[in-house]
Design a protein around this ligand. Structure first.
Ligand code: FRU
Length: 874
C-alpha cells in the first residue's frame, strides 16, 4: 500500500481554501458566487496560511479562480497565482493545484458547451510552462458535482436539467480533466490528486433499492469514464446521449494516468436516504455507510484514494471533533484491511458561505464548517486536527495505545468501571514545559477503543494542588457518586497530600474539589519517620473504606501507609500496610520510595503492586534518574497488615506505575509506558508516554502473577496473514515473511527442541534487514528478549540494547504474543511480559521476519493481524 504513493504522504492530514465561483440565478439576475471574496482570504492570505501551517498541516488544496487568471481569451494574468505559490513556499505548504473550481471565465457559456475544454487545456499548458515546481494537481475540482449542479440540478452556470445535459457536461469536465492530466504527464511526473463528491446511497426499504442504485450509478459514472470501466446498466445510455467524438477521446485517455490518488469528498450530508424511514441518520450510520461504499468503490476501481474533503457539513458545528474522530477511525479500519486510503482533508480552513443551499441562494449566510471560524478563531476541531497532523506525520507515534495526540502522559489514574464504561484517567501535561500534571480522561466500552473526554482535574491556584494534580484513584459510592483521591503538589514542604474531589456526572466528568476539608490528610503520620508520601489508592472494606498511600521512610525503606474512613471524608492513619524490609521483600532490591501502591484481594490472596522510585540506587538504568520498575507481591492480609509471600518484577522494560481494575472477576492492569529517548527528543516529537494495552492478571497456584493480553484486543484485528511451518537455518535471518506492518498483532509458535540458543521475530526492519529489532526467546536464559542493537538507540535511552524478562518457564513449545505499535513492542509469553521501545529511522522500517541463533529453529506457525487505530469505534 505504502509503495504506490511516493510523493503524496502515506497518510495526509490536509486542508484547503474554499474558492468556488459558479454563476447562479438570484432575484432574476445571474450573479457570480465568489467564496474567496466572501472569506476575505486574499487580503489575509499570509495570516491564513500561517494558521493552517501552525496546525502542522503540510498539504494544501489551493486554487486561484481561472476567470481571474484568464480575464480575456488567451490572455493570462498570473498575479494571483504568483502570490499564492510564493505564500505556499513561505509557509511550507505543498499545494495541490486546483485549476477549475465550479466556475468558468466569462467568455465561456457553460459546461455543456464544448468550447471551454480546449480553452482549459491551453490554460493548463500555460500554467505548466510558468510553474515548473508543483507536482500535485486537481485539474478540475469535483467534475461530477460540477456537471450535476450545472447540467442536472439546474442551479449553476448552464442551469440545465436534463439527463442529456448532465451527461454532456460530465463528459466535458471528464475530458478536460483527462486532457490536463495528459499534459501534466508529458511535462513532469505529476500526480492527479482527485476530489469528487462521494455520495452514499441507502435504501430505506427493499423497494427503494433501485432508486439508490440509480443514484449511485449516475454519480459514479464519472469514475467509469475516467478509468475506462464499462458504465453500469443504469447509465449505459451515456453512449447515446454524449457526442461520439468526445466519448472516443475520453476512451483514448481513460485510465492512462498512473500517479493517482482518487478523492472521495465525503461529508455528513453525502449520505442520502432513499425512501421513508422514521429514524434520522446517525453519525455512526453515516460513517459505516461510507466504509461500505468505499470498499465497493475500491473493488470496482482499484485505485488508491483519500478523503479529499470532509467537515461537519450537515451536523452541528459542535459535532466537528466527533465527526473527525469517527471518520479517522473508519479510514484506519479500511487501511488495516489493506485498502490504500491515504488520509483526509478538512475542507475548509475557514467557514464557507451559503452552502446550506449549495450556493444557489447567495445571501451571505455563514456555513459553519471551518477549522477556523469567520473571525479566524480556531474551533475545537482545529486543535484536534493539529493533533492528528502531528500524530500522523510521526512514524513513531502509536496508533492503538491510549494517549492523546500531543503532550506528556504518565501514570494511569482512577481506573474504574461505571455504567457499562471503563474510565482511565491519566497523568497528563499539555503545558509547554510538561511540568504541570493534570488528569486526562479516556473512556471505553470494550477496553480497546477509546474516546477522549475533556481534562478531568487541574491544579487550583492557592491550594495544596496548585502545582499539580498527581496520581491517585477513584471509587464510586453506593449512590453513584465518584470520589477521586489524588496527590496534591504545591510549594508547601512535606507530603504530596491526599486530596478529594467528587463527580456526580454519569461519565465521571465535572469534578468538584469544593467539598471542605482538603487535603484530607494534612501531614506525615507521627512516629514512623516518613519523608515522602503520595498516590492514594482507595478501596472498599467490609467495614468502610481504606486508603493506601505510597511512602518512603527514613533509612531508605519504602512503605505503604494505611488510612481508614467511614465516610470517605475523614481519614485516620492506622499502620504500615507493607514495607520493603518485611519477609521476602527484604531480600530484594525494592527502592527507597514506593509510588502508586494498590492492593486487590482475590479470595484468600491479596495482590499488591508498587512502583520503585529511588534517586540513587541503580541510577544508570532509571528513567529520569529515579523511576525503575514495578513489583507484584502476593500474600495474605491480616490484622497486622500484609504478609508478603511471593514477589517479582512485573515488566523489565519500559513499564511503570500500573493500576488495575476488577471487572467481572478479572483483574485488568494498565501501566505507563515511558520513552526510551531524551526529554529534548520527546519535546521535539511533541509527545511522550502512553498507557499500556490492558493486561489480565492472574495468580497461579504457587502465588505467582501471570500476565496476558486481554482477549478483547482481538477486536483490533484487521487483515490476517499466516506463515509456517518454517525451518529457520542456524544463524539465519529471513525477512518479509509477511507483508510489512508497523501496527500488528503477531502470535508465533516455535518448537523448543532444536538446540537453538535463541529464536524469534525480526520487526521494524528495513528492506534488507540491516535495521531491525529482535523479539524472541532465549533458551539460555529462558526469557523473552527484545534486542535493539541493530536499531539505532535514541539518545537518552536508559535501558540496555538487549532487554530480557524474568524466566518464563518454557518447556516444549514457546508462543510469543506480540503487539507492535509504531515505536512500542509489548510481548507476552507464558505469563511474563516485556515492553520495549524502538524508534524507527523511517516509516518504511516495517518489514517482518524471523531469526535463529546458535542453531536451527522450527517455526510451527505464525499468525499476523494488521491492526487499525484504537480511537472510538461505532
Ligand atoms: C509515578 C509518579 C507518582 C506521582 C506522579 C506524578 O510515576 O511519580 O508518584 O504521583 O508520577 O506525575
Amino acid at each position: 500500500m505504502v509503495d504506490q504513493v511516493r510523493i503524496f504522504p502515506d497518510f495526509a492530514v490536509a486542508c484547503g481554501e474554499e474558492a468556488s465561483d459558479p454563476l447562479v440565478l438570484h432575484d432574476g439576475s445571474v450573479v457570480r458566487v465568489d467564496q474567496l471574496a466572501a472569506s476575505g482570504h486574499l487580503e489575509r492570505q499570509d495570516e491564513d496560511l500561517a494558521a493552517v501551517a501552525g496546525l502542522g498541516v503540510k498539504l494544501w488544496r489551493y486554487g486561484m479562480p481561472w476567470r481571474l487568471a484568464e480575464p480575456r481569451p488567451g490572455e493570462y494574468d498570473w498575479t494571483l497565482w504568483d502570490r499564492a505559490l510564493e505564500a505556499c513556499k513561505r509557509h511550507q505548504l505543498e499545494p495541490v493545484i486546483d485549476l477549475c473550481h465550479f466556475g468558468l471565465p466569462d467568455h465561456y457559456a457553460g459546461f455543456c458547451e464544448p468550447s471551454w475544454v480546449s480553452g482549459f487545456v491551453d490554460y493548463v499548458a500555460a500554467f505548466l510552462a510558468r510553474y515548473p515546481e508543483p507536482m500535485l494537481f486537481t485539474p478540475v475540482n469535483e467534475p461530477m458535482i460540477t456537471a450535476m449542479c450545472s447540467g442536472h440540478l439546474g442551479i449553476w452556470n448552464d442551469r440545465r436539467s436534463t439527463r442529456a445535459d448532465y451527461m454532456t457536461a460530465l463528459a466535458h469536465v471528464t475530458l478536460a480533466n483527462l486532457e490536463a492530466l495528459a499534459l501534466i504527464d508529458a511535462d513532469r511526473a505529476g500526480w492527479w490528486i482527485g476530489a469528487e463528491g462521494f455520495g452514499c446511497h441507502i435504501a430505506a426499504t427493499p423497494a427503494d433499492e433501485a432508486a439508490a442504485a440509480e443514484a449511485r450509478a449516475l454519480e459514479q459514472l464519472v469514475w467509469d469514464l475516467h478509468f475506462g470501466v464499462a458504465p453500469r446498466a443504469e447509465v449505459a445510455d451515456v453512449a447515446e446521449l454524449v457526442d461520439e467524438a468526445v466519448l472516443s477521446r475520453i476512451n483514448m485517455l481513460a485510465g492512462k494516468h498512473e500517479r493517482v490518488v482518487a478523492g472521495h469528498d465525503f461529508y455528513p450530508v453525502s449520505v442520502t436516504l432513499h425512501g421513508q424511514r422514521a429514524e434520522p441518520l446517525t453519525i455512526d450510520e453515516r460513517i459505516t455507510t461510507y466504509e461500505r461504499e468505499a470498499r465497493d468503490w475500491y473493488a470496482r476501481y482499484r485505485r488508491p484514494f483519500w478523503v479529499a474533503e470532509t467537515s461537519n457539513l450537515g451536523l452541528l458545528v459542535t459535532d466537528g471533533t466527533t465527526w473527525l474522530e469517527r471518520l479517522t477511525a473508519a479510514i484506519d479500519r479500511l487501511r488495516a484491511d489493506g485498502l490504500p486510503v491515504h488520509g483526509l482533508c478538512w475542507y475548509s480552513r475557514g467557514d464557507q458561505v451559503d452552502w446550506h443551499t449549495m450556493l444557489s441562494v447567495p445571501i451571505g449566510e455563514v456555513t459553519e464548517v471551518g477549522l477556523f471560524d469567520a473571525a479566524r478563531s480556531p474551533r475545537p476541531v482545529a486543535s484536534a486536527y493539529g493533533g492528528l497532523a502531528a500524530e500522523r506525520s510521526d512514524h513513531n507515534h502509536p496508533r492503538f495505545h491510549l494517549r492523546p495526540s500531543t503532550g506528556w502522559v504518565n501514570d494511569p489514574n482512577g481506573v474504574v468501571h461505571r455504567d457499562g464504561r471503563t474510565h482511565v484517567f491519566f497523568q497528563y501535561s499539555r503545558d509547554p514545559d510538561w511540568l504541570i500534571r493534570e488528569w486526562g480522561h479516556a473512556v471505553t466500552i470494550d477496553l480497546v477503543h477509546w474516546e477522549y473526554l475533556p481534562i478531568a482535574l487541574s491544579p487550583t491556584p492557592g491550594t495544596a494542588d496548585e502545582w499539580g494534580v498527581w496520581s491517585g484513584s477513584i471509587v464510586v459510592d453506593d449512590v453513584g457518586t465518584g470520589h477521586a483521591f489524588y496527590s496534591g503538589l504545591s510549594a508547601a514542604p512535606g507530603p504530596q497530600p491526599p486530596m478529594h474531589a467528587v463527580s456526580n456526572s454519569p461519565v465521571l466528568a465535572m469534578w468538584s474539589k469544593d467539598i471542605g476539608g482538603n487535603p484530607v490528610v494534612a501531614g506525615f503520620p507521627d512516629g514512623i519517620g516518613a519523608h515522602t508520601m503520595r498516590d492514594p489508592s482507595v478501596r472498599r472494606t467490609s467495614s468502610g473504606w481504606e486508603m493506601l498511600v505510597g511512602a518512603g521512610l527514613d533509612g531508605g525503606v519504602p512503605a505503604v501507609l494505611r488510612y481508614v474512613s467511614d465516610d470517605l471524608h475523614s481519614w485516620r492513619f492506622v499502620d504500615l500496610f507493607a514495607s520493603g524490609d518485611r519477609g521476602v521483600l527484604n531480600a530484594k532490591w525494592t527502592g527507597s520510595v514506593w509510588e502508586c501502591p494498590q492492593a486487590i484481594a482475590k479470595g484468600e490472596t491479596t495482590l499488591l503492586t508498587v512502583s520503585l522510585f529511588d534517586p540513587v540506587a541503580h541510577h544508570d538504568t532509571a528513567y529520569m534518574g529515579v523511576i525503575h520498575h514495578a513489583l507484584w507481591v502476593t500474600g495474605r492480609e491480616g490484622r497486622a497488615g500484609f504478609d508478603p509471600g511471593e514477589c517479582g518484577v512485573l515488566d523489565r522494560g519500559y513499564f511503570y506505575a500500573p493500576q488495575s481494575l476488577v471487572l467481572d472477576g478479572r483483574v485488568i492492569m494498565f501501566g505507563w509506558i515511558w520513552e526510551g529517548r531524551s526529554e529534548a527528543l520527546q519535546h521535539r516529537a511533541g509527545w511522550s508516554g502512553m498507557i499500556s494495552l490492558p493486561r489480565e492478571v492472574t495468580i497461579d497456584d504457587r502465588g505467582r502473577v501471570q500476565l496476558a493480553p486481554i482477549p478483547e484486543l482481538e477486536s483490533l484485528r484487521g487483515v490476517h496473514e499466516s506463515v509456517g511451518p518454517l525451518h529457520i537455518p542456524a544463524d539465519a535471518v529471513i525477512t518479509d515473511v509477511t507483508r510489512p506492518a508497523d501496527c500488528a498483532e503477531i502470535i508465533v509458535e516455535f518448537d523448543f527442541f532444536t538446540g537453538c540458543d535463541e529464536f524469534g521475530l525480526i520487526v521494524f526492519a528495513d528492506a534488507d534487514g540491516q535495521e531491525h529489532t529482535r523479539v524472541g526467546y532465549s533458551a539460555i536464559t529462558d526469557s523473552i528478549v527484545i534486542e535493539r542493537s541493530a536499531q539505532q538507540l535514541a539518545e537518552g535511552d536508559v535501558r540496555p540494547a538487549r532487554l530480557e524478562s524474568d524466566p518464563v518457564g518454557a518447556t516444549d513449545r514457546v508462543t510469543l504474543h506480540v503487539f507492535l505499535d509504531r515505536s512500542v513492542i509489548e510481548v507476552f509469553a507464558n505469563g511474563r511480559a516485556l515492553t520495549g521501545r524502538a524508534y524507527r529511522s523511517g516509516p518504511d522500517r516495517c518489514a517482518i521476519g524471523v531469526y535463529a541463533r546458535g542453531g536451527p529453529a522450527a517455526l510451527l506457525s505464525l499468525a499476523l493481524w494488521h491492526v487499525a487505530g484504537g480511537r472510538l469505534r461505532d
